[in-house]
Design a protein around this ligand. Structure first.
Ligand SMILES: Cc1cc2nc3c(=O)[nH]c(=O)nc-3n(C[C@H](O)[C@H](O)[C@H](O)COP(=O)(O)OP(=O)(O)OC[C@H]3O[C@@H](n4cnc5c(N)ncnc54)[C@H](O)[C@@H]3O)c2cc1C
Length: 270
């Protein structure tokens, strides 16, 4: 049996440039202006895991994202890694979604994209960072879910997967039936970088764009998506005060090293 795998990928601001993010205390919104978007790091590992499973069992890997038109880029990146096709859930009606409304639209998008045996997610995004979407997605689909997963072995013929789930101080072995939503941690694998050939091939692969007008049978009420379908309200945002100071220690290397050790001792760091 070959496996139909779908991977949820989210576009996020480049974590390397998070120090450029500012908060607007009046509107409660996050100003990400000018920060280049990238694929959420954990989601790259989820794509890698899907490709690894496909290499063993055969089947297909679909990547799906909900986001603005420019989120297409993270689908293209996943296609260049080797995924087979992409689905972009893009509509103004999805804007302003909290995790519940995000999960509702992702579930509707997954249903309209076809039948799947396995849905992989990153365990957590680096921007919203709630880690709630995979669980809410599974609940909405009516599927089981396993989060914090560091190892997956799919027993396709037996319609189940054996997974290792990290917990504090150890791990759990979980035996779960398919279809299932699994959220993976970054330690699960090292993801491959796209090759030139992969990038060229990605241009020939299909990305389907789905909005409300093209997804009439998804069964999702207008009030269940976007800001209107989001029970979470941000009541305040605060910029953590930074208390960094820099002191340059000059002089000859030997003297500078002595002075540094002395200072670290005084601070109780040594
Ligand atoms: C306090 C707060 C306020 C927010 N306010 C706004 C707002 O005003 N407007 C706004 O637009 N957004 C807002 N967001 C962002 C939005 O709610 C989240 O980006 C979205 O719901 C996903 O939540 P998360 O990033 O915590 O995902 P997590 O649960 O941490 O993500 C886990 C995994 O779920 C999958 N996933 C998550 N989101 C997507 C997606 N969009 N497409 C595909 N896969 C996905 C990925 O595999 C990801 O690795 C806010 C978030 C928070 C925490």
């Amino acid at each position: 049996m070959s496996l139909r795998i779908l991977v949820c990928v989210k576009q996020v601001p480049d974590p390397e440039q998070f120090d450029r993010i500012t908060l607007d205390p009046d509107t409660g919104s996050i100003n990400r202006g000018g920060i280049p978007p990238v694929t959420n790091p954990a989601d790259r590992h989820a794509v890698e895991e899907a490709l690894r499973i496909r290499e063993i069992l055969g089947g297909s890997v679909t990547v799906l994202t909900m986001g603005p038109p420019q989120a297409r880029k993270c689908l293209e990146d996943a296609l260049a890694m080797g995924a087979d096709r992409g689905v972009l859930l893009c509509d103004m009606a999805f804007a302003g979604a909290d995790t519940l409304a995000t999960a509702a639209v992702l579930a509707a998008g997954i249903r309209s994209a076809g039948e799947f045996d396995l849905v992989l997610c990153g365990n957590e995004s680096v921007d919203g960072a709630t880690g709630q979407v995979p669980a809410q997605l599974a609940e909405t689909l009516g599927w089981p879910r396993v989060t914090h997963v560091r190892k997956i072995e799919v027993k396709a013929e037996e319609n189940r997967a054996l997974v290792e789930r990290e917990i504090e101080g150890g791990f759990l072995r979980v035996d779960v039936t398919l279809p299932v939503v699994i959220a993976v941690v970054k330690r699960i694998n090292r993801y491959r970088l796209p090759t030139i050939f992969g990038i060229l091939e990605a241009g020939k692969k299909e990305i389907v764009e789905v909005g409300c007008a093209t997804c009439e049978n998804c069964g999702l009420a207008a009030g269940a998506m976007g800001l209107g379908g989001s029970p979470t309200r941000v009541v305040g945002v605060f910029q953590a005060p930074r208390k960094r100071r820099v002191e340059m220690i000059g002089g000859e290397p030997r003297d500078a090293a002595r002075a540094l050790v002395q200072k670290l001792r005084e601070m109780g760091a040594l």
